[in-house]
Write a protein that binds this ligand. Sequence first.
Ligand code: RIB
Length: 298
Amino acid sequence: MSDILVIGSLNADLVVKSPRFPKPGETISGEDLQIIPGGKGANQAVAAARQGVSVAMVGRVGNDSFASFLVDNLKANQVDTKHVSETESATGTAIIVVDSSGQNSIVLSPGANGKVTAKDVDSAPDAKILLLQFEIPIETVLHAAKVYKSKGTKVILNPAPAKEISEELLSHVDILIPNESELSLLSKQQVTDIKSAEVAAKGLLKHGIETIIVTLGENGALIVDSKQVTHVNTYKVNVVDTTAAGDSFIGGFSSALLKNKSLEESVRYGCACGALATTKFGAQPSIPTKEEVEKFIS
Ligand code: RIB
C-alpha cells in the first residue's frame, strides 16, 4: 500500500512566456518554447512525493517521445509508475502561455489521458489517500471515488478543470478542493472573495461532503465544514509563474495530513508549497521539496 495514489493525467506542457495574452485573431511574439513535465495528476504526485511520502500513479501516456519524458521524470521523483501504461494515442499535452505577471492560460489536448478507464482503476494498488482531478474521463473518476471510498481510503477531489459534479460523485468524496472559479461553477454562484466563497461552499456541504477547502490564490485558503469556517493566510512571494501552484498545494496538504497534522496546519503547509511553486517557472520543476518548504516556513 502506498500513502497516496493519484489516478489522473500526465501532460507535456508546451510553454511560451509572452509579454501578454494575445487577443482573438492576433499574433504576438513570445520567448523560446519550453517543454516541461506537467498534467494535474502527475504534478500532484510529484508534489506529494517531494514531501517524502510514498506515491503511486495510475494513468496513461501515448506511444510518442513525450511518454518516456514524463514517466522518467515521475520515476526520478520517486513516484511508482508501475500503473502508468502506454496506449495507442498521442501523449496528453497542454499549450500554455504565461504572461509577464505570471498568470497562465492553458489549452489541453487530452490524448492518452482521455483513455484512462475503470479497468485501470481496478488493477491499482491500495492507498491511504486517493487524489483525483478532472483531466481524465469523469466516469473513471466516479468509479475510482466509489471503489476507494468503499475501501476506507480518504478521497480528495480537485474539480479542475472546472466541470459540474453529479450528486453521486459528491457522495463519494471526503475533501473537495476547488479554486474560486471552480467553486463558482459548482455552486452556480459568483465567488469573488472570502465571504462569497464561504456562502458557496456552505451550500455545497448540503450535498454530503465533509470538508471543502477553497484555494484563493494570494488570499490563502478557506476551510469549510459543518462545524466551522477557517481562513488560512498564505505567504507573500514574488510570483514568476502560477502554473501548478494549486497542484503543489494539494500534494503538500495531503502529505501533511498523512503526518497527522491538523486540517488547519495541513492547509497552512499546503499554502507554503503553493506559494513556493509560484516563485519558479514551469509545472513540475517549480514544485518545492520538503527541505525547501521547511526552510521557507522557518
Ligand atoms: O495545473 C497545472 C497543469 O494544468 C499544467 O501542468 C498543465 O498540464 C495542465 O494540466
